[in-house]
Design a protein around this ligand. Structure first.
Ligand SMILES: NC(=O)c1ccc[n+]([C@@H]2O[C@H](COP(=O)([O-])OP(=O)(O)OC[C@H]3O[C@@H](n4cnc5c(N)ncnc54)[C@H](OP(=O)(O)O)[C@@H]3O)[C@@H](O)[C@H]2O)c1
Length: 303
């Protein structure tokens, strides 16, 4: 039976690429934890070779070992891209990715711009350091832009192909104490939407999709899973399913909330007066900040 990403596996002979040159590659950024690690496992499980990016080689080796140990992904090729994400200019990224893109055996058909970082302490904006603010902007905006700039040529060469960029539900109703993060997530949405239109204008079969998670259990958001807070494994499974094409939607939508309950809550929020939406965002941020303070033993009155 075909799976939701069959179109990008080029296994039905309907593409310009040759099957005999091996399975296509998928690149996932931030793949040593959370949703990125899940993207790597699930894409490899669907038959893609994978390029996994992370800043820590030994963590990447652990993910590679796990991929190769799973029966569903037996025999896939796993390449490592080791680079920090918060430096600019990012020579290890540019050089590493350029070398991979110049390798004619790497038939890239999927890129997942997953990596994103946040300040978990919910600081007042004026107390943040210049370095903290810059790190978030570089990792969440400049890093995916550079990854895309370096890979888009390959995605155009091996059509149909897919470019996913992960934003956040925090983009539409930005909580307080997260302004650099929310700003970059707005960048991700417009960046992705403009590229979607660019591919359409140029009649390219590069499907460009921006996906918005709400809270998902991961390194960024620890805690118990629930109906509104899926595990990373469940969220990525829903994300991949949401990319399935049908006869009435031959290409994925440009913007998707993959997790059903979060999608429905967003639909309700869209109908609420903005003052009420702001109140909800404030309450959520205050409660998460208090949890963080408790965990770190910080006295909230003095902070
Ligand atoms: N989780 C949520 O609730 C949530 C909600 C909305 C949107 N999102 C978005 O979903 C995406 C994935 O988030 P996630 O929660 O799965 O992430 P996560 O678990 O916090 O992060 C996992 C990956 O990010 C890497 N990373 C963290 N800090 C880094 C840094 N300074 N430099 C380089 N790499 C770094 C980690 O590397 P190491 O293993 O080396 O630390 C790991 O590979 C992000 O774009 C995020 O903004 C998440």
């Amino acid at each position: 039976m075909s799976h939701p990403l069959q179109r990008y596996l080029h296994a039905n002979g309907s593409t310009t690429s040759s099957r005999s040159s091996g399975a296509p590659y998928a690149l996932v950024t931030g793949s040593t934890g959370g949703m990125g690690e899940e993207w790597a496992y699930q894409l490899a499980g669907l038959g893609f070779n994978v390029i996994i990016q992370g800043r820590n080689r030994s963590k990447l080796e652990v993910v590679k070992k796990e991929i190769l140990s799973r029966p569903a992904s037996k025999g896939v090729d796993v390449k490592l891209l080791v680079t920090e994400a918060t430096i600019w200019p990012n020579e290890p990224l540019t050089q590493g990715l350029t070398a991979l893109m110049n390798d004619s055996s790497v038939r890239l058909t999927i890129v997942v711009n997953n990596l994103g970082i946040n300040s978990v302490s919910y600081p007042r904006f004026e107390t943040e350091t210049r370095e903290d603010v810059a790190s978030i902007i570089i990792a969440n905006s400049m890093f995916p832009a550079e990854v895309t700039r370096l890979t888009l040529g390959k995605l155009k060469q091996h059509q149909p192909s897919l470019l996913v960029t992960i934003t956040s539900m925090a983009w539409t109703n930005p909580p307080p104490y997260l302004s650099p993060y929310c700003g970059t997530k707005g960048f991700d949405v417009s960046f992705s939407r403009s590229l979607y239109n660019e591919m359409w204008a140029e009649k390219q079969k590069v499907d460009v999709v921006c996906m918005a998670p709400g809270q998902v259990v991961s390194g960024m958001h620890e805690g118990e899973p629930g109906i509104m807070v899926p595990t990373s494994e469940a969220w990525v499974r829903a994300a991949i399913t949401s990319l399935r094409s049908t006869w009435w939607t031959p290409r994925p939508a440009p913007f998707i909330y993959p997790w059903g309950p979060q999608r429905w809550s967003q639909a309700i929020a869209d109908w609420l007066p903005s003052s009420f939406s702001s109140w909800i965002a404030i309450q959520m941020a205050l409660s998460l900040r208090e949890k963080y303070w408790k965990k770190m033993g910080i006295d909230g009155v003095q902070s």
